[in-house]
Every structure is written in structure tokens, then in C-alpha cells.
Design a protein around this ligand. Structure first.
Ligand code: GAR
Length: 198
């Protein structure tokens, strides 16, 4: 069993998808939120998962914030980390501690529309197809090697909420799949390309 730490800032529907779909070889060891009182913490508790709140405002720097989280993850003997709607950028303090072991989900077909408002940005641009991406995290904003990606067509009547809901349906399929692939050791990196074998 590989122990997964999940970082959240919000409602935790991707966390819920992982907990409910129970990807093989994966145990959710702990959930950490940088925002108190979010629904995702309740989702974790309902499933009996250990939770922590580390407010980023309480740390003197980004590095200190990351170091606090790394300590908690190490104390929970976490093997790898999922950013599931965690709306903070990570520093090398975090990424060096969990090198190639941090996965993020993003609501667009990267490299299109990185950043915090991907669904809105896709609608404003007027693209006809967007989607969801699961990728390894590097030091850039949503720039790491792509593990899985699926398209979602944009419909004429879509507003941000309707489109995000359809994108999230896809996220809830590819996030559990990506963590299962990681846990079973089937992901191989070849430059920027991630191959899933077996
Ligand atoms: C997800 O749609 C995720 O892709 C997005 O936040 C949402 C969190 O939902 N992440 C980003 O925009 C990161 N740039 P959830 O809390 O219900 O899992």
C-alpha cells in the first residue's frame, strides 16, 4: 500500500472521488487544508482520515509554510502527494522533499489556461474544447509533465459553473486513475513525456 497525502483548499470533490473509488494500492494517510472550515475537511473526517489545517497566513514565508506541511506529511509516512484543489504554489522546499511525487489536477487542457481561473479563462477565450489534466508538479505554474488528460466540449449555453461541473466529472475519473497508476509503479518519465505501462 502506498500512503497518499492530499492537500486541499476547498470542497474536496476530487478527494471524495479518491476515497470513494478506492484506487488499488492507495491509502489516504492524511488531508491538509490551508483554509479552515472547508467542506473537504468534512469529507476526510467522514471517511476516518486524519486532517490538519495549516493556514498559510500563519507562516512567515512560503518556505516556512511548505516546511510545516512537509513535516506533517513525513510524520504521516506519506509516499506521494495529491494537490486536489490546493490553491497555493509550492516552493523547492516542498518539491525537493517529494521530488516527482507530487501530482496536481487542473481544470483545462494544459498548457492552455494555467492558473487559478482556468474554466473562466477558457470560456472568455471562446475555445470549443477544454478539459482536465493530471500532471506532475514542478516549480512552474501548471507546467509539469502530463500524466492524463481528457477533453470536454464547450456548449453554447455554458456558464462557468455548468462547464466546471462537467470538467469535474472528468477529474473524478482521471484523478483516482492517476494515483493508482503512480502507486503501482506504472508511470515512467521520458523527458516531459509520461508513459503508463502494463
Ligand atoms: C478542481 O476543479 C481543480 O481542478 C481546481 O480546483 C478544483 C477543486 O475542486 N484546481 C485548480 O484550479 C488549480 N489551479 P475540489 O475541491 O472539488 O476537488
Amino acid at each position: 500500500m502506498k500512503r497518499l497525502g492530499v492537500l486541499i483548499s476547498g470542497k474536496g470533490s476530487n478527494l471524495r472521488a479518491v476515497l470513494e473509488k478506492k484506487p488499488r494500492g492507495v491509502e489516504v494517510a492524511c488531508v491538509i487544508s490551508n483554509v479552515p472550515g472547508v467542506l473537504g475537511l468534512e469529507v476526510a473526517r467522514t471517511h476516518g482520515v486524519e486532517t490538519h489545517v495549516i493556514r498559510h497566513q500563519d507562516s512567515p514565508s512560503r518556505e516556512a509554510f511548505d516546511a510545516t506541511i512537509v513535516k506533517l506529511l513525513e510524520a504521516s509516512r506519506v509516499d506521494f502527494v495529491l494537490l486536489a484543489g490546493f490553491m497555493r504554489l509550492l516552493t523547492p522546499v516542498f518539491l525537493n522533499a517529494f521530488s516527482r511525487r507530487v501530482i496536481n489536477v487542473h481544470p483545462s487542457l494544459l498548457p492552455a489556461f494555467p492558473g487559478a481561473h482556468a474554466v473562466r479563462d477558457a470560456l472568455l477565450y471562446g475555445v470549443k474544447v477544454t478539459g482536465a489534466t493530471v500532471h506532475f508538479v514542478d516549480e512552474g505554474t501548471d507546467t509539469g509533465p502530463i500524466i492524463l488528460q481528457r477533453a470536454v466540449p464547450i456548449e453554447d449555453g455554458d456558464d462557468e459553473a455548468a462547464l466546471h461541473a462537467r470538467v469535474q466529472k472528468i477529474e473524478h475519473e482521471i484523478v483516482p486513475l492517476a494515483v493508482e497508476l503512480w502507486a503501482s509503479g506504472r508511470l515512467a518519465l521520458d523527458g516531459r513525456r509520461v508513459r503508463a505501462h502494463g
